[in-house]
Design a protein around this ligand. Structure first.
Ligand code: PLP
Length: 464
């Protein structure tokens, strides 16, 4: 037997999974007694597993990715047509879908100008980090190499991205990390009591001032960039408080620090109304990285987008033959990515999904807030658009997180009801207590109500 079997032979597929697949981010011990879950099919908001069970997917493919929903024939056709014409050529040359998508993308991002194609969110962030380092050497005599990142933010799984990782549980045992990444405090209003000296009023400005304090401590001439999520995702679904972003922009301008916004989760409509999270806050980033929603998971594509000003620093220079970005990403040259991304953008525009995201996000928020009356365990509801979190606490005054097992039990109960929700996962030790909701941007009112009804039932059963 060479091990081949038919794609319909699901029991052997499960067996092969158990024998050979190393799943991401989970423990494998339970598979010794339980079957691993295999998702077989998807359509719209729903997926089916190997047992034929239907699930409403309230997390867009588990990690906020499938923004336009499953089974989009027009994206599949665009990818097929492009692959038949040209599947790949290294990005040192251009491609037709690459140019078309870049033009469309830049038209949604005033002030930005250049798109660097790559494979994953981690890699897109690494590109920006490398550019910051190269700029430091080229322009600042090797100073300004430091990159600031924030507690609770996540920027990826590769070692430099983890060096900018504010989620200790993910980083544990993977060090040592790259030098010159420096942490700044988070800006989470709900947990401001955990930050020394946090005021009752104007917390947003105060939280941004803490970044300035780190810059002054490190020396402004050593700090090249500040990397932030516009709304922190896995670290707890955290929107920065009023006044924060304006101060962040002022600080970056004052100390000549490049602002890198990681839109890997928020990008391409997830927060509603605007294409990108940062566009809600009137800031002017120097780098914007994106991945998950760019092609809604129909093809692997990520982008590092920057300004013409940054690009100009890397142009060939007769006096310096090394002054170009000496970097490549093999699969940045796959044409399936931009072909899928063009059609993904078209769907979002044609179906008015930015507006739907805002409307359905408001419904999700209102439903979750209504549950707070009944379930005292919900300490806080927060988020933007179809990107919401509900933090579970033992007591609303002390805000002590519920044990993680209980938060996971809520997820498992929803799963049993046929609704897939998420919980902050392997991020802040002991603090993975925020339920996460990120349904596709096509969600209907009934879908939203089904999600929150499932949560209502699950909270009742888990917490009584
Ligand atoms: N940045 C953020 C905010 C993320 O949430 C993630 C992944 O979850 C990444 C970067 C890394 O993206 P990838 O897994 O595509 O490398």
């Amino acid at each position: 037997m060479d091990g081949t079997f038919n794609e319909n032979d699901l029991s052997r597929i499960v067996e092969a999974d158990r024998a050979h697949i190393w799943h991401h981010l989970i423990q494998h011990k339970p598979f010794e007694t339980n079957d691993p879950r295999i998702i077989v099919e998807g359509k719209g908001m729903r997926v089916w597993d190997q047992k034929g069970k239907e699930h409403l997917d309230a997390v867009s493919g588990g990690v906020w990715t499938v923004n336009v929903g499953y089974g989009r024939e027009s994206i599949c056709k665009a990818v097929y047509d492009q692959l038949m014409k040209l599947c790949y050529f290294a990005q040192s040359a251009g491609s037709i879908p690459g140019s078309i998508f870049a033009k469309k993308l830049i038209s949604k991002m005033p002030g930005m100008s250049r798109v660097y194609y790559t494979n994953s969110g981690s890699e897109a962030n690494e590109k920006a980090f490398k550019m910051v380092r190269q700029i430091a050497h080229k322009r600042y005599g090797g100073r300004k190499t430091k990159i600031l990142y924030r507690d609770r933010d996540y920027h990826g799984s590769t070692l430099a991205a983890m060096s900018a990782g504010g989620q200790d549980e993910r980083n544990m045992q993977y060090g040592p990390f790259a030098p010159d990444f420096v942490r700044v405090p988070h800006c989470m209003e709900y947990r401001k009591h955990e930050l020394d000296g946090a005021p009752d009023a104007n917390f947003g400005e105060w939280a941004a001032d803490q970044i300035e304090a780190v810059i002054l401590r490190e020396g402004p001439d050593t700090v090249g960039a500040l990397c932030l999520e516009p709304v922190t995702a896995g670290g707890g679904v955290i929107e920065a408080p009023e006044g924060y972003w304006q101060r962040v922009q002022e600080i970056c301008t004052k100390y000549d620090i490049l602002l890198h916004i990681d839109e890997v989760v928020c990008g391409v409509g997830r927060t509603g109304t605007e294409w990108f999270g940062y566009q809600h806050y009137g800031i002017r980033p120097d780098f914007v990285t994106m991945a998950k929603g760019v092609a809604s998971g129909y093809a692997a594509i990520a982008c590092m987008v920057t300004t013409e000003e940054v690009f100009a620093m890397f142009k060939d220079d007769a006096d310096d033959p090394m002054n170009y970005f000496r970097d490549i990403s093999t699969f940045g040259g796959c044409t399936a990515g931009p072909a899928a991304a063009i059609e993904n953008l078209r769907i979002i525009e044609n179906e008015n999904l930015l507006a739907n995201c805002t409307g359905m996000g408001a419904r999700l928020d209102a439903n979750l807030r209504a549950l707070m009356d009944k379930h005292k365990v919900i300490g806080d509801v927060r988020g933007k658009g179809l990107f919401q979190g509900a933090e579970l606490v033992l007591d609303r005054d002390s805000k002590e997180p519920v044990p993680e097992k209980q938060a996971q039990a809520v997820v498992a109960d929803c799963m049993a009801q046929g609704v897939i929700i998420g919980v902050t996962n392997r991020s802040v030790p002991g603090r993975n207590n925020t339920l996460c909701f990120s349904p596709a941007l096509i969600a209907s009112p009934d879908d939203i109500d089904q999600i929150t009804d499932a949560v209502d039932g699950a909270l009742g059963r888990v917490f009584g």
